[in-house]
Design a protein around this ligand. Structure first.
Ligand SMILES: C=CCO[C@@H]1O[C@H](CO)[C@@H](O[C@@H]2O[C@H](CO)[C@H](O)[C@H](OCc3cn(Cc4cccc(/C=C\CN=C(N)N)c4)nn3)[C@H]2O)[C@H](O)[C@H]1NC(C)=O
Length: 132
């Protein structure tokens, strides 16, 4: 699993920028943003081939270890073995995810006023994380 960030203190108007590399044999990778590992405002899961999904971004939330309803994005701007830069912008009531050539929003279902926790898992190697 990748790096874990805590105490980020991300509030509305602030953002987290993650740059890294996708494994050549990637099946799936995850980026989680939330309060802590059990309370995720956004579970961001691009799937190249996992759980029956092919080239699909699955997003969800997790509240006290309980998953919410999945949301599947229509675009998949990732390549196996490629570089990727993903920016998460914290808004008042949702998050905007900026991908290469595409963006989408995901509701802040947990009503978090601050996002302290970030982790990545799976077939992605983080090269830099910055927040502002
Ligand atoms: C149709 C049958 C029932 O419905 C399915 O039921 C599954 C189980 O509930 C859901 O799946 C779950 O969906 C959740 C979001 O909702 C999380 O994503 C969760 O994963 C949590 C998780 C795992 N991890 C570790 C991790 C993540 C990615 C890669 C690796 C490691 C290596 C992989 N690379 C290789 N091997 N090269 C490790 N982190 N978070 C996933 O199991 C499916 O979406 C769902 N599908 C649909 C269409 O409904």
């Amino acid at each position: 699993c990748g790096p874990v960030c805590t105490n980020l203190g991300l509030k509305p108007g602030q953002r987290l920028i993650v740059k890294g590399k996708i494994a050549p044999s990637a099946k799936s990778f995850v980026m989680n943003l939330g309060k802590d590992a059990s309370n995720l405002g956004l579970h961001f899961n691009p799937r190249f081939d996992a759980h029956g999904d092919v080239n699909t971004i699955v997003c969800n939330s997790k509240k006290v270890e309980e998953w919410g309803a999945e949301h599947r994005e229509t675009v998949f701007p990732f390549q196996k073995g490629g570089a990727a830069e993903i920016t998460f912008v914290v808004n008042q009531n949702d998050l905007t995810v900026h991908l290469p050539g595409h963006q989408f929003t995901f509701p802040n279902r947990l009503g978090l006023s601050v996002f302290d926790y970030f982790d990545t898992q799976g077939d992605f190697t983080v090269q830099s994380i910055s927040w502002e």
